[in-house]
Design a protein around this ligand. Structure first.
Ligand code: HEM
Length: 482
């Protein structure tokens, strides 16, 4: 009896799920495909459903979502149209497209987030603003994320990297998990002075994980779904931020962190919501702290993990990089700690980071929406169309990168052609967190290379079903002292 009741509940859940998904697609794709898309090669798939099933099945396949793009490029060429998850959309590649879409002169395009991302990050997030509002927000966050602004967090990152690596020998280490814990502790400390251990850190981490997983979920706000859990976790995160902001304003606590610098210099008091355009409301503060957490965590985690994996697979590069770090260590006058000037003088490390970002392309495409009609490569793009720039192809163009699948940091010895390397993007949306990401990676790699050698426990190149490309097996290794 209990069993059949359970089955009945399961059937009802599955039917409601399928129905909601279908209604959702119906809601978004009721409009017929724009006639102007006819000249663009590609297929819009089934009525309403489009090519969503193929998109979703590639998303969770070992090759990952890029496979969806790759298959269609083989069939249609570097520009094609499709219809996925209720969106008629164009995929494009090449330097011309890259230049037009990223420099977006006079704001011809804006960022195009999925519904889930919009809901979770909030309306005043940097990712949802454009034009002057976007420029203003960028200005406000630029200073604390500048090389000089990051100096005060350097010792924290240094200590944390050493403590993390202390735990590595004698066990299986999942590099992705370690990198994730490291980068989340760094950004939690930087933004709001969160201690790296304890209850608050645990809660912060648990909420962040739920928020992060809700991005690539179906947009169904029904209890039990990933999206619903993400929204609830976001509410808890905001409650935590409310109490921190309240304490800072009432003078109960003072910290030298990112939040403090925004509150001191750029925020409106809780009771002055309407005044002074140049200051941030509490909602803007929270939306943008969350935006930095979300934009900075998975990307840096993924890059650090790929870098360690690529090193192990390319022993000559590993040896050369280790040489750079052992030399820094050997030249150190007294003290065992990495110094600020040392971390800012690691030329080969900088090339290895770039090559990692090229080969791994952690963000496989950049999404935009046309704000007006324009033309790329002879194709007419109409206002409000969604356009995705395929960055994987740009990063593996044999005309620019000889032998593109080889991991070879020396290609960054000479300047790269403009709009060919987009590891941190380009133009007005270029990554504002790139100095932070490079700093975290350089510090971690320094301590890793000076202390350990490691062996991978599996040979597996498949990727996780997430928007940021990460190794599916979390890259398990064993490490031992040099
Ligand atoms: C290795 C690590 C990272 C990589 C590979 C990366 C990559 C990128 C790329 C390619 C873009 C541009 C996307 C586009 O044009 O659509 C971007 C934007 C952005 N990144 Fe990063 N990022 C990294 C780390 C970080 C960190 C640490 C932070 C913050 C603390 C951050 C915050 C942001 C934000 C807020 C944007 C949006 C900027 C805007 O719309 O104006 N990123 N990132």
């Amino acid at each position: 009896m209990e069993m059949s009741f359970f089955l009945l509940v399961m059937v009802v859940i599955i039917i409601s799920f399928v129905l909601s998904f279908w209604l959702l697609l119906l809601h978004y794709s009721w409009a017929s495909p724009p006639k102007e898309m006819d000249p663009i090669p590609g297929s819009l798939g089934w009525p309403i459903l489009g090519e969503s099933f193929s998109f979703l099945s590639n998303f969770s396949s070992p090759c990952g979502i890029y496979n969806f793009i790759y298959q269609r490029q083989q069939r249609y060429g570097k520009v094609f149209k499709t219809n996925v998850l209720g969106r008629f959309t164009i995929f494009m590649s090449g330097r011309e497209a890259s230049k037009i879409l990223l420099t977006g002169k006079d704001g011809i395009v804006r960022l195009n987030l999925f519904y889930t991302g919009k809901q979770v990050l909030g309306p005043t997030s940097l990712l949802q603003t454009s034009g002057d509002a976007h420029k203003r927000l960028r200005r406000l966050i630029a200073e604390p994320l500048s090389v000089d602004g990051l100096k005060k967090y350097f010792q924290f990152m240094n200590r944390l990297a050493i403590e993390t690596l202390d735990q590595w020998p004698g066990r299986t280490v999942f590099v992705l998990e370690e990198a994730s814990t490291f980068t989340l502790k760094v950004i939690g400390n930087m933004t709001m002075s969160l201690e790296p251990t304890g209850d608050e850190q645990q809660k912060f981490r648990a909420n962040f994980k739920l928020i992060s997983s809700s991005f690539a979920s179906l947009p169904l706000k029904i209890p039990g779904t990933a999206f619903y859990r993400g929204i609830k976790a976001r509410d808890r995160m905001y409650a935590m931020l409310n109490s921190i902001i309240y304490n800072r304003r009432s003078g109960n606590s003072f910290q030298q962190d990112f939040l403090e610098s925004l509150i001191m210099k750029h925020s409106k008091g809780a009771d002055e919501e309407g005044s002074e355009d140049n200051k941030l409301t509490d909602t803007q503060l929270k939306d943008n702290i969350l935006t930095l957490l979300v934009a900075g965590h998975d990307t840096t985690t993924s890059a650090l993990t790929w870098l360690i994996k690529f090193l192990e697979e390319n022993p000559a590069v590993l040896d050369k990089l280790r040489e750079e770090h052992l030399e820094i260590q050997a030249n150190r006058k007294g003290g065992t700690n990495l110094t600020w000037s040392e971390v800012n003088n690691m030329p080969y490390t900088a090339k290895v980071i770039n090559e990692t970002l090229r080969r791994a392309t952690v963000l496989p495409w950049f999404s935009r929406k046309a704000s007006e009609d324009f033309e790329i490569d002879g194709y007419k793009i109409k206002k409000d169309w969604s356009i995705n720039l395929d960055v994987v192809s740009i990063h593996h163009d044999p005309q620019v990168f000889q032998n593109p699948y080889k991991f070879d940091p020396s290609r960054f010895d000479a300047p790269i052609k403009p709009f060919s390397f987009l590891g941190f993007g380009s133009g007005p949306r270029m990554c504002p967190g790139m100095n932070l990401a490079k700093l975290e990676i350089s510090i971690f790699i320094h301590h890793l290379l000076c202390r350990y050698k490691w062996t991978a426990l599996e040979k597996d190149d498949s990727v996780q079903p997430t928007l940021v490309r990460m190794p599916r097996n979390k890259y398990p290794i064993v490490a031992e002292p040099l």
